[in-house]
Design a protein around this ligand. Structure first.
Ligand code: C2E
Ligand code: MG
Ligand code: MG
Ligand code: MG
Length: 292
């Protein structure tokens, strides 16, 4: 039940909290305040997912979404993930937080399916810390089964550091994820230290070019060359490639010319509330094959 899941999350939160607390030497009082607010917000399930569309530029249609967490405040404002994800990664709160988000996401996907909303596939970000735990797989199996969502609708975005900390474990973990039918994207690609041999060997479906390369793609030759090289690398390895942070028509066009046909960014759409998604899809042609 929802209640036992929450209790489970609370227990996990406490355990991970203690585990990480032991290794900590100093605690800044403001950090401590933020930390307790974070745990309280997890217990009260205050976090909300927003959904940013990913476009298939070649076929001029929606490809799917990336789910991005926000922390709504009483005054109606939002706290963005950069403000609390790093802290949650430090103190272990990221594990119960991601459990809540995964549950929320799969509930949402199940609802959209019931309403015949062709959402494509939806990606969620998984922290390196969480990726390196066996419990990730149990969590995926639990919620995919419980909400009866096809695994191919789900994609996990992990970073290069998740892969490189312990490559042997990462390879096994990715194989377990792929065995479920869930897709894997390497996020912020080009900013970390991944090894080309791992890219070839590991079951990675998609490389996501970091927005720092996209930002000045039309002005900076180096960024343009790096981006074009990543696109070519992906083609050689038979991996999909997507660009994030596309803000202008020039960037969109340049990426398209390079062969980067999946794109995401403010140029297309800002992250939407779940309630806005069905309406948004209605106005766009969607790749229905990736859903059904
Ligand atoms: P990310 O996964 O690389 O996500 C892309 C970020 O770029 C998002 O910021 C998104 O809102 C923002 N963005 C989208 N389009 C544009 C654009 O055209 N221009 C620019 N400048 N930015 C754009 P957001 O939502 O603030 O998330 C920041 C980071 O926090 C994410 O980076 C991801 O690493 C992390 N994050 C977000 N949600 C979650 C989550 O549910 N779990 C975990 N573990 N991490 C998350
Ligand atoms: Mg991401
Ligand atoms: Mg990214
Ligand atoms: Mg990023």
């Amino acid at each position: 039940s929802a209640n036992s899941a929450l209790n489970h999350a609370k227990k996990l939160g406490r355990n991970t909290y203690q585990f990480f607390d032991k290794e900590r030497h100093t605690l800044d009082p403001t950090e401590l305040t933020k930390e307790s607010a974070l745990f309280k917000a997890i217990t009260n399930n205050e976090f909300v997912l927003y959904f940013q569309p990913k476009y298939d530029v070649q076929h001029n249609r929606l490809h799917g979404f990336e789910a991005l967490v926000r922390w709504p405040q009483d005054d109606g404002s939002l706290i963005y993930p950069d403000e609390f994800i790093p802290l949650a990664e430090q103190n272990g709160a990221i594990i119960p937080l991601t459990q809540l988000l995964m549950k929320q996401l799969l509930q949402q996907l199940a609802n959209w399916q019931k309403q015949d909303v062709p959402f494509g596939n939806v990606a969620i970000n998984i922290s390196a810390l969480h990726f390196q735990q066996n419990s990730l797989i149990e969590m995926l199996v639990d919620y995919l089964t419980k909400y009866n969502v096809p695994a191919r609708c789900l994609e996990l975005e992990i970073t290069e550091s998740a892969m490189m900390n312990n490559p042997e474990f990462a390879e096994q973990q990715m194989k377990r994820i792929k065995a479920l039918g869930v897709n894997i994207t390497l996020d912020d690609f080009g900013t970390g230290h991944s090894s080309l041999s791992y890219l070839k060997r590991f079951p990675i479906d998609t490389l996501k070019i970091d927005k720092s390369f996209v930002k000045d793609i039309d002005k900076n030759e180096q960024d343009r060359n790096i981006t074009a090289t990543i696109v070519r690398l992906a083609k050689y390895l038979d991996i999909n490639v997507v660009a994030e942070g596309v803000e202008t028509e020039e960037q969109a066009y340049m990426l398209h010319i390079m062969g980067c046909h999946y794109q995401q960014g403010y140029y297309y759409c800002k992250p939407l509330k779940a309630e806005q998604v069905a309406n948004f899809i209605d106005k766009n042609e969607v790749d229905k094959q990736s859903v059904k």
